[in-house]
Ligand binder design. Structure first.
Ligand code: G3P
Ligand code: CA
Length: 297
């Protein structure tokens, strides 16, 4: 049974990477399914070890074999896209306020590292003090040539024009169009935001994030709607079940649970056939993926 789920996940992945039809993909993988492995996505960078959404976190994620750097986007008062999870600066900097009320100049003065030393004294390091919040442009300039990005439009209803800005910036860095396909994936909880992006540029692979308060269930109609613009879904890993994964991947959509930090959970989800997962500990996921590919070879 595990093999079935894995085949479906691999089928979805190959459809995504090659544009092939489900039938041709299934035929292709029936003889060899060892070519594709689950994606390791550094959630806010390697944020289990260092302050999230800093260059340090992204560098560490890459060095731990993360395939993608996950970036949450917020937009400043003067229209700059920045890498930050929350709508406010309260939790992860030394000041308080809403990002939408602050200019980039004001954002750049914030200390985005000291909070981590206070919250996690066992992981404390003086190099974290004074780290800056990066802009999306800065991240792409620094990591663009040798990294892949899983970018989330956060609170798009608060930031009119956010999608246009994002596409302009991706164009600036040659990250749209047929090549290199999949170097940037855009995700959002907002279907409206994703549909807007899809209308502007249908070459960008999109992932619909979904919220569930109970074990996840998805209808055929929901799957059909999501497939109009997206190549995959993301959801909290505790809501995932083998049946859900089977339904989603069987329809040709990929599935990316978040945020998976324990090896036992990673192992289980891989066996169930997820397409990849978000983790604050990409080194742990790398180990689990390596072990599972050894076991399946
Ligand atoms: O993008 C997947 C996951 O990051 C969504 O949750 O709150 O960490 O952005 P959050
Ligand atoms: Ca996110």
């Amino acid at each position: 049974m595990v093999g079935y789920f894995r085949r479906m996940a691999i089928a979805a992945m190959i459809i995504f990477l090659s544009g092939a039809t489900p039938d041709s993909v299934l035929a292709e993988i029936s003889s060899d399914n060892a070519q594709v492995r689950a994606l390791n996505i550094s959630h806010r960078g390697a944020s289990g070890y260092v302050p999230e959404h800093t260059f340090l976190a992204y560098e560490l994620g890459n060095s731990m074999n993360g395939d993608y750097i996950e970036i949450d986007l917020q937009m400043t008062k003067d229209g700059e896209l920045i890498a930050l999870h929350d709508e406010t600066i309260d939790r992860t900097t030394d000041k308080k306020g809403l990002v939408k009320n602050l200019t980039l100049k004001e954002i750049k003065k914030l200390d985005a590292g000291s909070w981590f030393n206070e919250d996690y004294p066992d992981k404390k390091n003086t190099v974290f003090t004074g780290l800056q919040i990066p802009t999306l442009r800065e991240v792409l300039s620094r990591f663009g040539s040798n990294s892949k990005f899983f970018i989330e439009t956060k609170s798009p209803e608060v930031y009119p024009g956010m999608e246009e800005k994002l596409i302009d910036i991706l164009n600036e860095y040659n990250l749209t169009g047929a090549q290199p396909f999949g170097n940037v994936i855009v995700q959002s909880f907002s279907a409206e935001s994703l549909r807007k992006i899809h209308q502007m540029d249908d070459s960008i692979p999109l992932v619909q994030l979904l919220s569930y308060y109970a074990p996840a269930v998805i209808t055929d109609q929901e799957v059909r709607k999501i497939k109009e613009y997206a190549v995959g879904v993301g959801l909290h890993y505790t809501a995932v079940s083998p049946g859900y994964i089977q339904k989603v991947t069987g329809s040709g959509l990929m599935i990316f649970p978040y945020t998976v930090n324990e090896k036992e959970d990673m192992k289980m989800l891989l066996e169930w056939g997820v397409s990849g997962m978000f983790t604050n500990y990409p080194d742990r996921l790398d180990e689990v993926i390596q072990m599972s590919s050894l076991g399946n070879s």
